[in-house]
Every structure is written in C-alpha cells, then in structure tokens.
Design a protein around this ligand. Structure first.
Ligand code: ADE
Ligand code: ZN
Length: 335
C-alpha cells in the first residue's frame, strides 16, 4: 500500500465538491446564531447530536433533507465567503492544487437571497485561495433537479451576467436523481450553453440513477463530464464510450458509503474503470456531512485498493489533472 505521505504530496484536483456541503456543524450553529435563524424543532440541538445524525444517512434524500436545512443559515455575502474560505483553509493542507466547486443558487434565491450575493461571496473566497495558497478554482452553478425546469430557466436568466463574464465556468445538475431524469433539463442546458460558448457542462448521473441516466446526460444535455457515474459499471458499451471520449467520472467514495449506494469503498468499480481506461477522479462531495475531505478520500481508497502502486496512483492523479477545466499552462504546473 502506498504511504499517506505519498498521497498527501500528490497534486490533487477536486471536481465534485458542493460548497454548501462543506458547512461543518460548528459553523452551522455559529451562522444560525449570527443570523438569528430558528432551526426546525426536530433538528439536533448541539454539534455532538448533529454529528451522531451524520454518521449514516438512509439514502440521498435523507441527506438532502439535512443539507437544505443547513443552507438556510447562509444569508449574507460574508457567510458565503466564510463558508468557502473555511473549506480552502482545510484543503490547502491536504495537497489540493485545483478545485472546480459546485454551488446551488436556487437553495438561496428561494429565500430571497440574490445570485449576486451568493456568487460574490464564494468568488471572493476563491480569489483569496489563489492569492494565499496558489489554489486555482472554478465555480459550477448547479440546477436543483427537484425544481420545475421552467423555474430553472429563470435561474439561468438571473445568472446570465455571471455566465457571460465567465465567473460561472460551468453548469451542473444535482439534488434527488431518480425521479428527475436528464431529459427534463434539455432546454435549460441548451439555453445556458447559448450564453457563452466556453461554458462547460456536467451533471450528476448514475449515483442512484441507472446507467441510462449517464447515457442520457451525454446524449441529451451534451455534458462532457459525469458526476458520480458509478452505475455506468453495468453497461459495457457505455464504458467503452466513456473511455473512447475520455469522459471524466467524478467519483465520491465517502459519499457513496454514507448514502448507502455501496456498503464499502472496496465495492466501488474503480479497478474496472482503470482496466477499461475510463478516467475518474476522487472527490469529497459534501465533506462536512460525509466525514472526510479530499485527502481522507484518497487515503480510504488506498486502504481498500492496497495493491495499487505509485504508478497507478500517478495515473489517477494525471487523469484528474487532464480532466480539469483549467488551461494547459496550469496543467503543466503539475504534470
Ligand atoms: N447535492 C449535494 N450533494 C449531492 C449529491 N451527492 N447528489 C445529488 N445532489 C447533491
Ligand atoms: Zn454531488
């Protein structure tokens, strides 16, 4: 098994990280107090109680119910800055060099907080992370798939200035997967892509949904990356396609265990992906809820795949770099 020092030193890129999913229980209670937000009666009353709840979720929806309550404590631009900055402070000690991070504007605009407030707070933290730690980053705006597509089109309209000026680098799709297939969002993706030819497209698919959701995201939404994608393992033709077109799967080991998608990290089809030349990166998804940041995920995978040598890990790190949406000059810093 490779050493933890080796994994620490590997230049790591994160492609699947929800900024709202970095809200640690201590900051959640601090912000609730600062903003005078009353949490629901049934919500755990202390950091300790909340940590007990976070030990296991029944499924994706059980987690999302807590995640959306958490987002309610974020009100001011400074709150969004504080949240993202706390994330960068943690991961700069874990060998992270580049982060392409999701955020969910609709979980804030639904509470009358403007996209501008949210985006500016997060962007300010990204700028500071580059200045102080040399970590580059990109913002990916996600649409919540449980929200009506017509509403999502309005969100894209509100986000248009940030899509046009490149502050938002990419569009993603998250929240409850199984009831809301990719075909519902064709018009949203078409509209967003028409606003800026450099806008990148990705979508959560194949986390709880089937391999068909992955194919549909590629065919109907024109995405060039798939978030999670682990259910692609059940469709050999799809795996051939992912390998041929070098579509990056952003796999989230701790998340898949905590949301009971798999029983243990060793069940993940990572060896199959390597054997079939399907590129994947390792990511933390919602680290405050799932118990580990990026290096913790790398270490856990190294324990569950102990036969992987330095060369295999080098290949994984290179796939993550090559699958990033930064320019070749920046990639050259790490390759
Ligand atoms: N929102 C935050 N984390 C998510 C996940 N793992 N799947 C879908 N939506 C999410
Ligand atoms: Zn996710």
């Amino acid at each position: 098994m490779v050493s933890q020092e080796f994994l620490q030193e590997l230049p790591k890129c994160e492609h699947h990280l929800h900024l709202e999913g970095t809200l640690e229980p201590d900051l959640l209670f601090v912000l609730a107090k600062r903003n005078k937000i009353t949490l629901p009666d049934a919500f755990p009353k202390s950091i300790e109680e909340l940590n007990v709840k976070y030990e296991k979720f029944r499924d994706l929806q059980d987690f999302l119910d807590y995640y959306y309550i958490g987002t309610n404590v974020l009100i001011k631009e400074q709150d969004f800055f504080d949240l993202a900055w706390a994330y960068f402070v943690k991961v700069h000690k874990q060998g992270l060099v580049h982060a392409e991070v999701f955020y969910d504007p609709q979980s804030h605009t639904s509470r009358d907080i403007s996209i501008e407030t949210v985006t500016k707070g997060f962007q300010r933290a990204c700028d500071k992370a580059q200045a102080e730690f040399g970590i580059t980053s990109k913002l990916i705006m996600c649409l919540l798939r449980h929200i009506e597509p017509e509403e999502c089109l309005k969100t894209i309209e509100e986000a248009t200035p940030f899509i046009k000026d490149g502050t938002i680098s990419a569009l993603g799709l998250d929240s409850a997967e199984a009831p809301f297939p990719p075909n519902l969002f064709v018009e949203c993706y078409r509209k967003a892509a028409s606003l800026n030819q450099d806008l990148r497209l990705t979508a959560h698919a194949g986390e709880e949904g089937s391999a068909q959701f992955v194919s549909d995201a590629l065919d109907l939404l024109n995405v060039t990356r798939i978030d999670h994608g682990i259910n692609s393992q059940h469709d050999d033709e799809l795996l051939d396609r992912l390998a041929r077109d070098q579509i990056l799967l952003t796999v989230c080991p701790f998340s898949n265990v905590k949301l009971q998608v798999v029983k243990s990290v060793s069940e993940l089809p990572l060896q199959k992906f390597l054997d079939k030349n399907v590129p994947f990166s390792l990511n933390s998804d919602d680290p405050a809820y799932f118990g580990g940041y990026i290096l913790d995920n790398y270490i856990q995978v190294s324990k569950d795949f102990p036969h992987w040598d330095h060369e295999t890990w080098g290949r994984i790190a290179k796939n993550a770099i090559n699958g990033s949406w930064c320019d070749d000059k920046r990639k050259g810093d790490w390759l």
